[in-house]
Design a protein around this ligand. Structure first.
Ligand SMILES: CCCCCCC/C=C/C(=O)SCCNC(=O)CCNC(=O)[C@H](O)C(C)(C)COP(=O)(O)OP(=O)(O)OC[C@H]1O[C@@H](n2cnc3c(N)ncnc32)[C@H](O)[C@@H]1OP(=O)(O)O
Ligand SMILES: NC(=O)C1=CN([C@@H]2O[C@H](COP(=O)(O)OP(=O)(O)OC[C@H]3O[C@@H](n4cnc5c(N)ncnc54)[C@H](OP(=O)(O)O)[C@@H]3O)[C@@H](O)[C@H]2O)C=CC1
Length: 291
């Protein structure tokens, strides 16, 4: 991995691109806020003045972030929630309402997948990844949007997807889910514009979060060289763009996807599993019989 790593000290000290106080009085929900990109986003939003609610499945990770926020005097609600569980999402939103009132911002960041060749993915694994990255993201955005519409007010949604423009070899289920999120984002941006709801996607390339540890070593070594910058991004890079999209600075932006991948979509090829011999430089192609 590259040396671009991020720790709590850097989260406190790294310069902010946006003006201090820009999000004063705003409440933001960050799914997957207990780790990686979501944790860095929670930090940026809090440093800009927002009250933050974080969710995820693992309560220990949420509690660690809550303790760090408490130590800094930043308002936070840490509420365990599986984004695939619509009743759990309603409980999360009730808890946010009780503590902070209606949220202003939803950062739909929770997600993940496992690397496996497309021909091998089991139906249960396919469903788990689609449920997490497409349905879970959708359930969150719909539940929050309904509360905004019922409350007669708008809000901002940022969906974190993944750079999928050239497909995502080795994670076909996630590629399908992320493309689905980007399209439903375009759709909802139109349907919900009359309610003052703005919604965009941020599609990261390879980012050096703890989340990459689930990938095979050889794939991880390639990740660090998978773009013309020959480096991974770090969660702070992504978190700053999330905050930009969540702020009124981007009030004229809706229904779009910003790709932050160090130029990866323009260069080379990237595999999250072993690159098939077929694609190696030394491979001699035989005639393939087509019936
Ligand atoms: C060009 C590309 C540029 C961008 C590249 C993108 C790189 C992306 C990087 C990241 O996203 S980093 C963050 C990643 N973090 C994670 O991925 C961690 C989270 N992942 C998960 O939690 C799981 O993968 C999950 C499936 C998404 C979670 O669902 P759940 O907890 O419900 O699943 P399980 O019960 O564990 O498994 C259900 C089912 O799924 C199949 N399966 C799960 N893991 C694997 C595996 N490692 N290999 C093969 N199959 C797997 C399997 O069918 C499981 O059922 P059982 O067999 O256990 O009955
Ligand atoms: N790092 C990278 O290179 C890239 C990351 N991404 C995406 O960015 C997002 C953040 O990833 P990153 O920070 O890197 O990795 P992490 O693994 O650190 O973050 C994933 C977060 O999602 C949460 N999460 C996963 N499934 C669920 C669920 N069903 N319900 C609630 N929370 C859930 C996890 O918390 P818990 O386990 O406690 O539930 C965790 O906090 C993910 O969507 C990821 O796929 C996209 C492209 C590249």
């Amino acid at each position: 991995m590259s040396a671009r790593t991020v720790d709590d000290l850097r989260l406190d000290d790294a310069p902010l691109a946006l003006a201090s106080g820009l999000l004063d009085g705003r409440t933001a929900i960050v799914s997957g806020g207990g780790s990686g990109i979501g944790k860095a986003a929670a930090w940026v939003l809090a440093r800009l003045g927002a009250r933050v609610a974080i969710c995820g499945r693992n309560p220990e990770r949420l509690e660690a972030v809550q303790s760090a926020f408490d130590a800094r005097g930043w308002p936070i609600l840490a509420h365990p929630c599986d984004i695939r569980d619509e009743a759990g999402i309603e409980r999360l939103l009730d808890a946010v309402a009780a503590r902070f009132g209606l949220p202003d911002i939803l950062i739909n960041n929770a997600g993940g997948q496992f690397a496996q060749g497309a021909s091998q993915i089991a139906p249960k694994g396919w469903r788990a990844v689609i449920e997490t990255n497409l349905t879970g993201c959708w359930l969150m955005m719909q539940a929050v949007a309904r509360r905004w519409i019922d409350g007669g007010r708008g809000g901002v949604i940022v969906n974190v997807t993944a750079a999928n423009g050239r497909g995502m070899p080795g994670i076909a289920h996630s590629a399908a889910a992320r493309a689905g999120v980007e399209n439903v984002t375009r759709t909802a941006a139109v349907e919900w514009a009359p309610h003052g709801i703005r919604i965009n996607c941020l599609a990261p390339g390879l980012v050096d979060s703890g989340g990459l540890s689930v990938y095979p070593e050889a794939a991880r070594a390639a990740f660090a060289r998978a773009n013309p910058q020959r480096a991974t991004g770090d969660p702070w890079d992504i978190a700053q763009i999330i905050a930009f999209l969540a702020s009124d600075t981007t009030r004229f932006l809706t229904g779009t996807t910003i790709t932050a991948d160090g130029g990866g979509a323009l260069w080379g090829d990237l595999w999250t599993i072993e690159r098939p011999v077929y694609f190696s430089d030394s491979f001699q192609k035989a005639e393939i019989h087509v019936a």
